[in-house]
Design a protein around this ligand. Structure first.
Ligand code: SF4
Ligand code: SF4
Length: 184
């Protein structure tokens, strides 16, 4: 904890400089948290996450389940009087936690996140069956939700063969560019 407190400036720098999400102007009005449609599922509210980042509590922030509960609806971003892009912040926190292999509160969610992005990168759109297969292989939990999966399959909601989009090359370019920025 003491080490993290001493490193507070590096955490906020990582968020603001490297991930390009400006949070310093937050004055803790809570409009973001009050309008969030999934705040009931968050262990720490979005405005508190910002406060904790400013205090340098990196471990506590990355261990929380808040960013994994976020549905990226952008209500918070729209409501913020200081134009702080909280949805982008949540995305940055997901990425930092994933990159650092952080032991998050909800272990399977980062695996799902990674399988989702991998599916998009390959085809430009989700192939649900392939994505679920990758997720199940990584979690080793093959039986969970199997009945639901079967019901979806019977109703034609899970296609066997994947389909792609025309702009696959451009989508891969976006991922490559994001990778380059992450490394720089
Ligand atoms: S709405 Fe904006 S200023 Fe208010 S607490 Fe949230 S991030 Fe901070
Ligand atoms: S983007 Fe995430 S944190 Fe913001 S309101 Fe939507 S669910 Fe809540």
């Amino acid at each position: 904890m003491l080490l993290e407190r001493n490193n507070r400036s590096s955490f906020i720098q990582e968020i603001e400089d490297k991930r390009e999400v400006e949070i310093s102007s937050c004055f803790q009005c809570k409009k973001c948290s009050n309008g969030c449609p999934v705040n009931f599922a968050m262990e720490i509210m979005p405005h508190k996450i910002i406060h904790m980042i400013r205090l340098g509590l990196k471990d506590e922030v990355l261990k929380s389940s808040t960013m994994w509960a976020c549905a990226s609806c952008e209500t918070c971003t729209t409501r913020c009087p200081n134009n702080i892009d909280i949805a982008k912040l949540m995305d940055a926190l997901r990425q930092i936690a994933t990159d650092s292999g952080f032991d998050t509160a909800q272990k399977d969610v980062p695996i799902f996140h990674s399988a989702f992005l991998s599916s998009i990168k390959k085809r430009g759109r989700i192939h649900e069956l392939g994505m679920i297969g990758e997720y199940k292989l990584k979690t080793g939990d093959f039986m969970k939700d199997s009945r639901l999966g079967w019901e979806m399959f019977k109703r034609g909601k899970l296609k066997i063969l994947p389909s792609g989009i025309r702009g696959r090359k451009e989508i891969r370019g976006i991922f490559d560019e994001a990778g380059r920025r992450k490394r720089s």
